[in-house]
Design a protein around this ligand. Structure first.
Ligand code: TXA
Ligand code: MG
Length: 330
């Protein structure tokens, strides 16, 4: 028997708008909608419907073992989805939700395996964007939503970025303006023996540690606990060169090169065709807010390569440096 793998190709291009009721109706019908959050745009579908989840993986070209975050309207929704909610996790939720923190908790059995990549845990987050919170409140299911980029590409922080990557694959993009935080949520897992930071993100490691002093960092085994921790991720098309990567710069008028820096640069900026200072005033929040928008802009320019200056390795500077390392990884 010949089996056809049907990929939902929409005849018409995605519509960009702010109609929450329309977005809700599409989601109730099992369709996908791109949603704004304070971190990055998400590609959302009904998190309890395996068919909607399958559409998310197909639209992104994402491997199905990589689990999705379920977005919920409030902390009161946790008990419907998680079988345990440890006190330390509750404290984090009370401190940071709605906001850019994902909690990985032991899951309840009715969540489709498709959403969790077959794991016994589930990632939950209450996003802090008014349109998406209103949308979530109007639905009686959580929204599974990975970042709304094609797998391994740069996450979108505007509706236009989503459109550029997914316009042929989804019917609607809910436009909430440019994402305020600009990099993904911080992920903390309570699925193991000790709380574990799985992904650096918009909430700094230090501020998690204030509430969870016994926090451990990184994956405990070779097993992929959060593919966002994988070495190569968040990849621009342009080659990025880090301060500590071995290279020799050849001066040439034949190629165009760029520089991404922060709070000015010690380099001679006249050597570069394009210079992006993520925050001339040295503001880490501003740098995170601009990071992916700059990378999208850079990718549209066809530069031979872009040099990167690291940011201070503190607060979310650490999360931004983490994104640079993954974006530069071969
Ligand atoms: O800020 C964000 O978190 C954005 C917005 C849309 O909410 N979402 C996002 O989703 O970045 P995504 O799929 O691009 O990254 C989610 C990460 C993945 O690396 C996934 O492996 C990890 O979360 N993850 C999800 N559920 C998990 C679980 N149960 N255990 C371990 N890691 C999990
Ligand atoms: Mg992603």
């Amino acid at each position: 028997m010949c089996r056809l793998l049907i990929f939902a190709q929409h005849m018409e291009k995605a519509i960009i708008g702010t109609d929450i009721a329309h977005a809700a109706a599409l989601l109730q019908q099992g369709e996908l909608v791109a949603i704004p959050t304070e971190t990055v745009y998400g590609l959302a579908g009904n998190g309890l419907d395996p068919e909607a989840i399958a559409k998310i993986y197909a639209a992104k070209g994402r491997p199905s073992h990589n689990p999705l975050i379920l977005h919920i309207a409030g902390i009161d929704q946790v008990e419907k989805l998680a079988s345990e909610f440890p006190l330390a996790a509750q404290k984090l939720a009370e401190r940071f939700w709605p906001g850019p923190l994902t909690l990985v908790l032991p899951r309840k059995p009715h969540i489709p395996n498709a959403a969790t990549g077959g794991l016994v845990s589930v990632g939950l987050r209450v996003p802090a964007h008014p349109l998406t919170l209103e949308l979530l409140k109007s639905l009686d299911f959580p929204l599974a939503a990975p970042s709304a980029n094609q797998s391994n590409r740069i996450s979108p922080v505007t509706a236009q970025h989503v459109y550029d990557q997914l316009a042929d694959r989804i019917p609607y993009i809910l436009d909430g303006g440019q994402c305020q935080k600009g990099i993904e949520s911080t992920i903390v897992s309570f699925a193991g023996v000790v709380p574990r930071l799985l992904r650096l993100g918009s909430v700094s490691e230090e501020s998690i540690r204030e509430i969870v002093p016994n926090l451990e960092v990184g994956v405990e085994s070779e097993e992929i606990l959060a593919p966002g921790m994988m070495k190569k991720h968040y990849s621009p098309k342009t080659e990025l060169i880090l301060p500590d990567s071995p290279f020799s710069m050849v001066a040439s008028n034949m190629i165009k090169v760029g520089l991404i820096c922060f709070n000015g640069s010690d380099r001679d900026v006249s050597n570069f065709d394009y210079v992006w200072d993520l925050s001339p005033t040295g503001d880490l929040e501003e740098a995170a807010h601009r990071l992916y928008a700059v990378m999208h802009e850079m990718d549209a320019m066809g530069l031979a390569f872009v040099l990167v200056d690291y940011l201070p390795e503190t607060g979310i500077g650490k999360s931004i440096n983490d994104r640079f390392r993954r974006a530069a990884a071969k």
